[in-house]
Design a protein around this ligand. Structure first.
Ligand code: NAP
Length: 476
């Protein structure tokens, strides 16, 4: 496949009547076409996943592990091709696309190890009266067909976080990647076929969430949905998916506390990376920085100095730090939110400029909690720096959010670190680093409007398997 890509259904590359053009997000040039899935192709994908499940669920774990291990090496072998595809279709600067491919290598490796660790546990039945002479244990079984719906911002590694654990536990998958970034998924599909994944183990369909995505959501033949994307779509999926198992990895307006006793240089450097990497289009991008008033001036001036040095431009250029946003519409939305904050009394310290789909790294101060730039996920290269006097206030402000994915806190004081751990209701607190920190085997996911369930291979495997209890009645 080079320009005219096809869908992956039943181990074959299948064409469709209508096509969608995929564009380079920096220069708007077409880089490929993909078939739009119609109802007929959708039915074929479901049938293939049903057949795929009967094969996948019988595959021994050592075989599933071997396929995942091979896929991991093939991703590494295809590093250059994959990183360039991500840079073009997602507009992600090469340095971050490269890091994403490296992470996907690890995600598949961890999944290959996890495939051999899926087990149950014995239960001391006679702890209950009536449990005498009973042996009890549970086993884990694959749930069945998993519908995976992924966002545009990590077209490889977030797909890996769904597909790899699903394979590790013997499920089959129907994947619908974001329409903006489907090419990387198709390349991953090619890699998995080469790695020996049975036909129908992974099926890839492409089309808008409002139609093709929604078919998956409502389809009773799908046993589980694993979704990563925005909170409004996540809520819609939960409301329309009936009794299916659902995991939802949603957004955040990540807070980061910088206390006066921290390593200021390190904190500043990391906060700049966390605010602007991939134009802030990361679910754990730094959006609110609470800085102690004694270091506020120094932190802010160092932060601005570093921000000035970021290179804005073509994602395919090795030196680029900030590329375009996914669409010009998203850049315009960002512009509106910043304008609204300015009207409400906020100040732009740097940035606030748009050129087409590029929104320049922007730092705000003088913001208020009721402004959208503070209380709603901005998903753009915009960060607010807010002073605090008392650490307890910083914790309270960090926690004051409808979201709860990850938070960061820079402090040398262990008591304050634990005050933040206890006081901020989130899925993860990162001490002495930014909320943007993640490795791929840790439990990752949110509370409140940031979602339900966890990814990270071991934890995704728990979500993607059903427990079956076995009780044996032994004669006395
Ligand atoms: P999005 O607009 O919610 O789209 C995500 C996926 O859902 C796409 O494949 C989309 O399809 C599909 N979709 C849209 N409407 C649907 C519907 N009614 N039914 C079924 N599927 C539907 O999100 P995005 O803009 O791609 O990604 C950004 C969001 O993802 C941010 O909020 C970010 O925080 C979140 N995110 C969360 C995590 C995490 O792990 N917590 C990680 C990364 C991103 P089409 O776009 O093809 O129409």
């Amino acid at each position: 496949m080079s320009f005219d890509y096809k869908l992956l259904i039943g181990g074959k590359w299948v064409d469709g009547e209508k096509k969608i053009e995929v564009k380079n997000k920096y220069n708007n040039q077409a880089i490929g076409t993909v078939p739009l899935t119609d109802e007929n192709l959708y039915e074929k994908a479901i049938k293939s996943a049903q057949e795929g499940f009967s094969i996948m669920s019988r595959l021994p774990s050592h075989k599933r592990s071997e396929i995942l291990k091979k896929a991991s090496s093939l991703i590494a072998k295809n590093q250059k091709n994959l990183e360039e595809t991500i840079a073009q279709e997602a507009g992600k600067p090469l340095k971050f696309s490269r890091a994403e491919v490296k992470r996907a290598v690890q995600t598949f490796k961890f999944a290959s190890e996890e495939a051999k660790q899926i087990h149950g546990q014995t239960i001391p039945m006679d702890a209950a009266s009536g449990g005498e002479n009973r042996i009890g244990f549970y086993m884990r079984f694959p749930v069945g067909i998993i519908g995976a719906i992924s966002p545009f911002n990590f077209p490889l590694n977030l797909v890996a976080h769904k597909v790899a654990p699903a394979i590790a536990c013997g499920n089959s998958v129907v994947l619908k990647p974001a329409t903006m970034t489907p090419l990387t998924s198709l390349k991953l599909g090619e890699i998995l076929m080469e790695a020996g994944l049975p036909k129908g183990g992974l099926n890839i369909i492409i089309g808008p969430g409002s139609t093709v995505g929604n078919w998956l959501v409502k389809d009773p033949r799908i046993q589980m949905l694993t979704f990563t994307g925005s909170p409004p779509v996540g809520k819609n999926i939960k409301q329309n998916s009936g009794l299916k198992k659902v995991t939802l990895e949603l957004g955040n307006n990540s807070p980061c506390i910088v206390d006066k006793d921290c390593d200021l240089d390190f904190a500043t450097q990391r906060c700049v990376v966390g605010s602007f990497a991939y134009s802030g289009q990361v679910c754990i991008s730094v959006q609110r920085i609470y800085v102690h008033k004694d270091i506020f001036k120094k932190f802010t001036s160092d932060f601005l100095e570093r921000t000035k040095n970021l290179k804005v431009g073509d994602p395919l250029d090795e030196d680029t730090d900030v590329g375009p946003m996914i669409t010009e519409g998203e850049a315009k939305r960002t512009e509106e939110w910043v304008e609204e904050a300015i009207e409400g009394g906020a100040k732009i310290l740097i940035g606030g400029k748009r050129e087409g789909a590029i929104y320049y790294p922007t730092v705000l101060t003088g913001v208020e909690p009721e402004m959208k730039v503070v209380n709603t996920e901005i998903f753009a290269p915009v960060v607010s720096i807010i002073p605090f006097d008392d650490f307890s206030d910083a914790v309270r402000m960090a926690d004051d959010s409808v979201y709860g994915l990850q938070a960061g806190v820079f402090t040398q004081d262990i008591n304050k670190a634990f005050q933040a751990v206890k006081g901020i209701k989130v899925g993860g607190v990162i001490v002495n680093d930014i909320p943007t920190y993640r490795v791929d085997h840790m439990p990752y996911g949110g509370v409140k409007e940031s979602g339900i369930g966890r990814e990270g291979l071991k934890f995704a495997v728990e979500e993607m398997t059903d427990i079956r209890m076995v009780v044996i009645n032994l004669p006395e």
